[in-house]
Structures are given as structure tokens and as C-alpha cells.
Design a protein around this ligand. Structure first.
Ligand SMILES: [Fe+2]
Length: 256
């Protein structure tokens, strides 16, 4: 084991043993806890559990405490990213197809410029986004939606500009039909997240940014079940003719 592993694991065990002693945890309770964690693993819900226990938010804060001034704030990635979404062409680049039962929602154009904190636009930066549809949540939860719906990569133009055509997302609940749902019920925590769009933005020579954009007046803005809302990431939405518009400029810090 490395020194780092030795140090951290020893402290984790000391903290765990202290809690078990303080609460006089029984053999039966401990076996129930191990069975629960086994179930979390089988359901592939460790990231979700980390999110709803606000552990992911803590790790994000620890990992980005030293981020460059002027860089866009990072946020939790969550468990719903899918690798290799399609590149979406055009400006705005539309990231969805209509589907039966999608219901009404406003078209939203999100756009801005990707720049380096050292100055200058980042032409060719990859802006990878994912979000829920107006009904039914993420494509991977909803058979009615085509694969990769409301997901896509947009390539920033020469001036660093990008524009995405999407629909205004709505608040949704994290999955509650598995062991994490039972956990939430047991501790009396609601499963709702405010509406948001996930971003993963990369450019050569720069640190990849994972973040989320939120919108004002959302009922769960102050009560996100994973606690991931940052004021700097709440972006105004305004009517612009037949659609809504939201500006989100992105600044990446150089790598290393
Ligand atoms: Fe999400």
C-alpha cells in the first residue's frame, strides 16, 4: 500500500470504529449495513449514494478549492453521463428529437463563449451537455426517447462561441426504486433536484471542467437533494422572441 492509502484507510477505520462504539452497534445492525452496501453495489448506485449523502459535493469542493481565479465553477458530475454522445452540428446545435408524450416545454437556446483564463477564445473546445427531457427524465430512464436524446457534444467556433438548442429542463427526482430510494425514505430526505443542464467542457492544454447550470425561481434551488447548487451557476433565463435564452460563458484554467 502507498503511504496515502495507509494514512486515509487508517483514519477511515478509526472514525468508523468510533461511531460503532459510540452507538453500540449490534452484530445484526452491522450485517444489515453490509447487506445494504452490497445491494448498492449490485444496483450500481454508489455514485448516487455519494451524491445524496452530499459526499460528492464535499469531494468536488476539496478537489477544486485551489482552482484558478476566473475559472468557471465546477460541480458534481453525477451518475447519468453517457460516454461518446453524438456531435451536434449547426448553430444553434439541436440536441434532441421530439418524442411522443414529451409534453409542452419552451425551446431554450443556451450560448456563450469558451475562453481560457489566460485570455483568448478556445476555438474547437468540446462542450458536452446532458439533461432531462421535458417529461420522463433522462433518455436512459425513458423508452419513448431516442437514444442520446438531450445529450450531445458541440464544438466551439473560431471565436470560442457555442449555441445549443434544447428545451427548458424541469426539476426531477433521483431514482427512488432502488436501495438509495430506501435510504432517502429512512432518513426523511426528499429525492428532488432543481432543473439543471450538465456540462463537461474540454480543450487541449486545459483542465476539463465538469459543472451544472441552474435557473432562477426553481422550487428546489435552495433544497437540492444532492446539495450541488452554487450561486455562480444559477443563470438568468429570458424570453427572446419565440424561445427562451440563457447566457453561459465558460472559462477553463490551463492544465498543470
Ligand atoms: Fe442531472
Amino acid at each position: 500500500m502507498t503511504t496515502r492509502t495507509n494514512d486515509v484507510v487508517a483514519d477511515v477505520l478509526a472514525a468508523l470504529h468510533e461511531v460503532l462504539e459510540r452507538h453500540q452497534v449490534t452484530e445484526q445492525e452491522w450485517m444489515a449495513a453490509l447487506a445494504f452496501l452490497t445491494e448498492i453495489g449490485r444496483a450500481d448506485e454508489f455514485v448516487l449514494l455519494s451524491d445524496v449523502t452530499r459526499t460528492s459535493v464535499l469531494i468536488d469542493a476539496l478537489s477544486h478549492a485551489g482552482d484558478e481565479e476566473g475559472a468557471t465553477a465546477s460541480d458534481v458530475e453525477g451518475p447519468l453521463y453517457v460516454e461518446d454522445p453524438p456531435v451536434r452540428e449547426g448553430s444553434p446545435a439541436k440536441i434532441y428529437d421530439e418524442y411522443e408524450g414529451m409534453g409542452d416545454a419552451d425551446v431554450l437556446i443556451v450560448g456563450g463563449t469558451v475562453t481560457s483564463t489566460t485570455g483568448g477564445p478556445l476555438a474547437g473546445a468540446v462542450v458536452d451537455v446532458w439533461q432531462t427531457g421535458p417529461s420522463g427524465g433522462y433518455d436512459i430512464w425513458d423508452d419513448r426517447q431516442p437514444e442520446m436524446n438531450f445529450r450531445g457534444k458541440i464544438i466551439a467556433a473560431e471565436d470560442g462561441g457555442y449555441r445549443i438548442q434544447t428545451m427548458l429542463p424541469k426539476p426531477y427526482t433521483v431514482p427512488t426504486d432502488g436501495p438509495t430510494g430506501r435510504y432517502l425514505e429512512a432518513v426523511g430526505q426528499h429525492p428532488w433536484r432543481p432543473a439543471h443542464i450538465h456540462f463537461k467542457v474540454s480543450a487541449p492544454g486545459h483542465r476539463t471542467l465538469v459543472t451544472q447550470v441552474f435557473f432562477p425561481d426553481d422550487p428546489y434551488l435552495d433544497d437540492d437533494t444532492i446539495g450541488a447548487v452554487k450561486p455562480a451557476l444559477v443563470r438568468p433565463v429570458e424570453r427572446r422572441g419565440d424561445h427562451l435564452g440563457c447566457d453561459f460563458d465558460i472559462a477553463l484554467a490551463p492544465a498543470g
